[in-house]
Design a protein around this ligand. Structure first.
Ligand code: HEM
Length: 476
């Protein structure tokens, strides 16, 4: 009878917890204990979450195990929440899987004073090395030369560009934080890159949801959620070695990179582990994202050869073949710029942004969202909104061009999210994408191996990545 009493007690408590108060955002019926955990298709979570709006509107709630979340959809709602009421949404929730690894340190998952200090410091260091005197532009263009050489070595035969691209793009962030690049094919580095992909995929899997919903239980059980911890710890070990070497030959009068700046400016106020987590954050966020976007770029170019030819013609006319493209060329390359924007819109690589949390009660869309509520900003619902885009599901550079062919900005273009937590690397990512993409188009023509059609399907993780593929790159 004790067992029966306990079961009735748990179910009653769960039933009470399961009810949505009148002013709380609506949502699908939540089941006892697990809530809506199994109503989402974790292979296409962003599409699942967008579909729910058909029935429950742009502000709705789900109960993931024991945790309620609110999903925000469409431009007006996201702008009102992230920008107009940005102060209330500047924090990240305490998700066990993420907290285990970041321990409240670093930039991406920290809050309050640590976050403010680290974000400001990272932005000023990025500005100094990325756009200031020691510009990253030559670093990006030099990296492109290595990458092009590697691509050329395939002599137009089919190959999978994934690892080379990953290595090339990561080298830019490595120059920034570590002060050096890694040779293509460096075994340790390649292993690290493959961990990033796997780690991000697992972070968005059902295992991560289960871990975040039932941390005490899941910590004791084996499964892929344990692999995630192992993966991130290995990345941190790799960073610790770099930090140790920096400390060993540190010269306060010559700051070579982010780690040096950190050692001299912040003087380890937050402790040595904070530096490791900060580097981890910049390294992770700065590697996977831009290279995934470029992998999509290759696919879109082979799928639409006529668009590829138009981009090449514009680059040939404005830049020519004898010099490397520069950021100053962007204003004269409206079509190319529009194509890059459309690649980012369609590839939608961070489809659900990163989670935020309310620090006070807020009103949104006619509902009251209480404080300490996890908020998911659904960027997919904005980037594919039929009210914002003429042909939301079709690749159409015209979305960013006026009838005269001039580039036009679109407010609903928010792949970097918006508000206080907007992507810290947005300017760097845009520079990398522009310089890499234009240089690639200047040097190569992209095509699929004979008889193969491009597959535009994705693998869902925190980032959406294309399935592995081979392409042919012919020198122009
Ligand atoms: C955060 C997108 C490249 C560093 C984010 C967020 C998105 C995003 C959607 C979450 C914003 C939010 O919470 O509302 C992208 C895309 C990229 C890209 C689409 C490339 C195409 C980069 C690069 C860096 C970077 C190159 C390198 C420095 C960060 C950091 C955060 C962040 C540190 C956390 C900011 C914070 O919590 O304050 N990014 N990102 N990202 N990104 Fe990026």
């Amino acid at each position: 009878s004790l067992l029966l009493f306990t079961a009735v007690f748990i179910l009653t408590a769960d039933y009470i917890k399961n009810r949505r108060p009148g002013s709380f955002p609506p949502g699908p019926r939540a089941f006892p204990i697990v809530g809506n955990l199994f109503t989402v298709d974790y292979n296409r979570t962003h599409e699942s979450l967008t579909q729910v709006t058909d029935r429950y509107g742009d502000v709705y709630s789900l109960r993931m195990g024991q945790t309620w979340i609110v999903v925000l959809n469409r431009f007006d709602v996201l702008k009102e929440a992230l920008v107009d009421q940005g102060d209330v949404l500047a924090d990240r929730p305490n998700l066990p899987l993420l907290q285990d690894i970041s321990q409240g340190l670093g930039v991406i998952f920290s809050n309050g004073k640590i976050w403010k200090q680290q974000r400001r410091f990272a932005l000023s260091t990025l500005k100094h090395f990325g756009f200031g005197k020691k510009s990253l532009k030559p670093v990006i263009l030099e990296e492109f030369s290595y990458c092009a050489k590697e691509f050329k070595s395939h002599k137009g035969k089919p190959f999978d560009p994934h690892l080379i691209l990953n290595n090339a793009v990561s080298n830019i962030i490595c120059s920034l934080v570590f002060g050096h690049r890694f040779e293509y094919g460096d075994e340790k580095f390649m292993e690290l890159m493959s961990w990033f992909g796997k780690g991000l995929e697992l972070e968005a899997s059902i295992w991560a949801q289960l871990y975040n919903s039932f941390p005490l239980l899941m910590r004791r059980l084996p499964g892929p959620h344990q692999t995630v911890q192992h993966i991130w710890n290995s990345v941190k070990d790799f960073i610790r070695v770099e930090v140790k070497e920096h400390k060993h030959n540190w010269d306060p009068s010559d700051n070579r990179d982010y780690i040096d700046c950190y050692l001299s400016e912040i003087q380890m106020e937050q402790g040595p582990e904070n530096l490791v987590v900060c580097v981890f954050d910049l390294f992770l966020a700065g590697s996977e994202t831009t290279s995934t976007t470029l992998r999509w770029a290759f696919l879109y170019m082979v799928k639409y050869p006529e668009i590829q030819a138009k981009v090449q013609a514009e680059i040939d006319k404005v830049v020519g073949t004898s010099r490397q493209p520069s950021m100053e060329d962007r204003a004269d390359l409206p079509y190319t710029d529009a194509v890059i924007h459309e690649i980012q819109r369609m590839s939608n690589i961070v489809p659900l942004s990163l989670p935020h949390v309310t620090t006070r009660d807020i009103r949104l869309g006619g509902y009251t969202i209480p404080k300490v509520m996890t908020i998911i900003p659904n960027l997919t619902s904005v980037l594919f909104d039929k009210n914002e885009w003429e042909t939301p599901d079709a690749f159409n550079p015209g979305h960013f061009l006026n009838p005269e062919g001039k580039f036009v900005k679109r407010a609903a273009f928010i792949p970097f999210s918006a508000g206080k937590r907007v992507c810290l690397g947005e300017n760097l990512a845009r520079m990398e994408l522009f310089l890499f993409f234009t240089s690639l188009m200047q040097h190569f023509t992209f095509s699929m191996p004979a008889g193969v059609k491009p597959v535009m399907d994705f693998r869902f993780g925190i980032t959406l990545s294309p399935l592995p593929y081979e392409v042919c790159l012919t020198s122009r």
